[in-house]
Ligand binder design. Structure first.
Ligand code: PNS
Length: 157
C-alpha cells in the first residue's frame, strides 16, 4: 500500500492538480493541514474547506497535524511527500524543506513538482482585495469558498 501526503498550511485550497497527481501515484493520499508556526492558521475551517474540496476523490482523506511532518509520516505510514510549486519563487523554500525532511526521515521520498499554473495560483491576499472592491474572483476559488467570501464581505458592508 503506497500512502502519500500532500502537506500544507492551506491558506488557500490545494492545487487540485497536485492532489490529483499524488492520488494517481499512490493508493492513498492524505491532505495534511499543518500548523505553520509563522502563520498560526486555525485548522478547523481549513479542514472543512479541504474535505469539501476533495469529496470527489475516494482515495483522498484530510487530516490535521501538529509537530513535525516527518513524525506524522511515520505515524501514518506515509512513504512520499508530494508538494507543488505555484511559482519559481517558492523553489528555495520547498527545496530546503525537502532536504530537511529527507534528513529527518530518509525513508520518506520527497517530491516537489512544478505543474502549469492555474488562475487559482494568485495569492489569497490579492484575491480577497479584488473581491472586496467588487472584482470577479470566481475563477480563483472553489464555488463554496467563493460564496462564503462573498457572504462575509456582504456582512461587513
Ligand atoms: O507550504 P506551506 O503551506 O507553507 O507548508 C506548511 C507545512 C505545515 C507543510 C510546513 O510548515 C510543515 O511541514 N510544518 C511542520 C513542521 C515541520 O515538519 N517542519 C520541518 C520542515 S523543514
Amino acid at each position: 500500500m503506497r500512502r502519500a501526503v500532500c502537506p500544507g498550511s492551506f491558506a488557500r485550497s490545494p492545487s487540485a492538480i497536485v492532489v490529483a497527481r499524488a492520488s494517481a501515484l499512490s493508493d492513498e493520499v492524505v491532505v495534511a493541514v499543518g500548523v505553520n508556526r509563522q502563520d498560526g492558521c486555525s485548522a478547523p475551517r481549513r479542514l472543512d474547506m479541504l474535505r469539501r474540496t476533495t469529496t470527489a476523490s475516494p482515495n483522498v482523506t484530510v487530516a490535521g497535524f501538529s509537530g513535525l511532518l516527518t513524525d506524522f509520516c511515520r505515524a501514518e505510514g506515509v512513504t512520499a511527500i508530494v508538494k507543488g510549486l505555484r511559482a519559481v519563487g517558492g523553489f528555495d523554500y520547498e527545496l530546503q524543506m525537502a532536504q530537511m525532511n529527507a534528513h529527518l526521515a530518509p525513508g520518506v521520498e520527497g517530491r516537489v513538482r512544478a505543474y502549469p499554473c492555474s488562475a487559482r495560483s494568485c495569492p489569497p491576499r490579492a484575491v480577497k482585495e479584488v473581491a472586496a472592491y467588487g472584482g470577479d474572483v470566481s475563477a480563483h476559488l472553489p464555488g463554496f469558498v467563493h460564496a462564503r467570501l462573498l457572504a462575509r464581505l456582504a456582512e461587513r458592508a
